[in-house]
Design a protein around this ligand. Structure first.
Ligand code: ATP
Ligand code: MG
Length: 497
């Protein structure tokens, strides 16, 4: 007997249903159009990558890597049988050594230890007997034979990986890429915070770090937000220095934080050692007056970073971009340098960041690529759409144009033919597969939100005409096929469908 049960979407994931899905498509399509007008092109990336790609780029001390990643061991490429005899032990020892040499056992530190232990134990079994055999068995069990993989928590690391893997640094000019798709983080689900959420992002990589690139990326972002009606936004910018000046500032911050350690909460206390910049992120009311008195990075930038930030502000001014400087904006990921920014939007409560981004000049090199500059951002699609919905200024999306209300078996072939022609013109058409009573048919057309009902009776087929009824005001016209197609075509252009 199979148990009867209902399935539900996993906590923190959700279905995007129609009509909302149309809003999502429109949002993503608009992003494509705006980003492409700035010379960015689509990149489609894998949803999972090697765990160490994220650990290395995002940073082991960040919340994302330390506690939010969905990590799993892949199916092993190499199997170890259970030893039964001494001959088996020798054979396994040899097979493991060979697999390790050829990279068929993932080269992690833990595996390296186990491979050595296993070999040592196999050598000692003759002399030591059972204890060495147990040690051998233990190592066999501890080997993590499958690769460690992670569902991507963000996409910048993948873009940098792809940039290196495909030698994109040889392409002319800046490499400008955008992506769109789901990301995964194990966080506490709440309004605007999900475990599977969506981002639309863009990255510009290349040899130049001219502030004009930063400003253009910000301009593109704000043009996009305006286009989708996300207008109650605030742009915050900051510079967090480079590998010359930031470490010195972080050390200074750490020293100052140690002096006030007793007055900080446990999270901030821990971060003094692990990641002092993150203390500036704190929202705890008690910590605010303390943080306000901490040294600010803007006073500790090196000359180059100071100049870069000043030029960025000039560039923003040139483009008429309104922003607020926020010295506490440090961003959660380790790879950022210099320019960092965030955009908040209305109607979202405490999850009000709809976009985060910044410069990451060392990232490509950190991942084994050539020295490369980079800047990018990621927009949280879920939150951006929530904010657009809360703002109430939703776009007029086309929806169902024509409901074909046919009556009488003889009119069915004409209905099938005209439905196909209208669809070829790009109109959304609903054709009932079975005959319906006139009233019921028009009632359904109305419920489905069709703009027109196309009424076809057997008399119409004989006379070669169609009756088109506009459902909003019940206005009705008799039209020949040509006139009908022409009329609806111009209507489609007018409605933007
Ligand atoms: P937050 O501080 O809100 O956790 P974050 O700094 O972790 O955001 P980023 O890594 O900068 O976020 O990602 C960029 C954007 O992606 C965020 O501004 C937000 O809009 C969105 N985002 C991040 N995490 C989530 C999530 N769990 N659910 C929905 N959207 C998210
Ligand atoms: Mg977060």
């Amino acid at each position: 007997m199979t148990e009867k049960r209902q399935f539900r979407a996993i906590k923190g994931t959700r279905d995007i249903l129609p009509p909302d899905s149309a809003l999502w498509n429109w949002f993503e399509q608009t992003a494509r159009e705006v980003f492409e007008s700035y010379g960015f092109r689509d990149i489609r990336l894998p949803i999972f990558e090697e765990t160490s790609l994220f650990a290395r780029s995002i940073g082991a001390d960040t919340d994302v890597v330390a506690k939010e990643m969905y990590t799993f061991e892949d199916r092993e490429q190499f199997r170890v049988a259970h030893p039964l005899t001494m001959v088996d032990v020798i054979r396994i020892d040899e097979a493991v050594a060979e697999a390790w040499q050829h990279g068929r056992i993932p080269r992690t530190l833990a595996n390296e230890t186990e491979v050595l232990r296993l070999h040592e134990a196999s050598q000692n079994i003759d002399r030591e007997g059972t204890p060495a055999l147990l040690c051998f068995l233990d190592s066999v069990r501890n080997l993590a034979l499958g690769d460690s993989l992670t569902l991507r928590p963000e996409a910048t690391a993948s873009v940098a990986r792809a940039y290196i893997e495909h030698g994109m640094h040889t392409q002319p000019g800046n490499v400008k890429l955008y992506y769109s798709g789901p990301m995964f983080r194990r966080e506490r689900p709440q309004k605007g915070r999900y475990r599977q959420f969506y981002q639309v992002g863009a990255e510009a990589l290349g040899q130049s770090d001219a502030p004009g690139i930063d400003a253009e990326v910000l301009e593109m972002l704000l043009v996009f937000f305006k286009r989708v009606g996300l207008t109650q936004t605030t742009l915050y910018v900051n510079s967090i220095g480079c590998k010359e000046c930031r470490p010195k500032y972080v050390e200074l911050l750490r020293e100052e934080l140690r002096k006030v350690k007793d007055r900080l909460g446990p999270d901030s206390q821990r971060r003094i050692d692990t990641n002092p910049l993150r203390v500036l992120d704190s929202k705890l009311p008690d910590e605010q007056p303390i943080i306000e008195k901490l040294p600010r990075i803007s006073n500790h930038l090196c000359a180059d970073c100071g100049e870069h930030f000043a030029k960025l502000k000039d560039e923003l001014h040139l483009r008429g971009i309104v922003y607020e400087e926020n010295w506490r904006l440090v961003r959660g990921l380790d790879y950022y340098t210099r320019t960092t920014f965030e955009v908040t939007a209305a109607g979202l409560g405490s999850q009000n960041a709809v976009c985060g981004g910044g410069r990451y000049d060392g990232l490509v090199e950190l991942l084994g690529g050539p020295p490369t500059k980079g800047i990018g951002f990621a927009i949280g699609t879920d939150r951006a759409i929530l904010s657009i919905q809360e703002g109430g200024k939703l776009p007029q999306l086309p929806g169902l144009a024509v409901f074909v209300a046919w009556m009488g078996a003889k009119s069915y072939p004409a209905a099938v033919a005209i439905a196909r022609k209208l669809r070829e013109c790009g109109l959304a058409v609903e054709l009932p597969p079975e005959e319906m009573k006139f009233k019921k048919s028009l009632g359904l057309a109305d419920k489905l939100g069709a703009r027109y009902a196309l009424i076809i009776g057997e008399d119409d087929v004989a006379s070669g005409t169609f009756t088109l009824k506009r459902l909003a005001d019940a206005e009705q016209k008799k039209l020949s096929e040509n006139d009908l197609l022409e009329y609806l075509e111009s209507e489609r252009r007018g409605s933007g469908a």
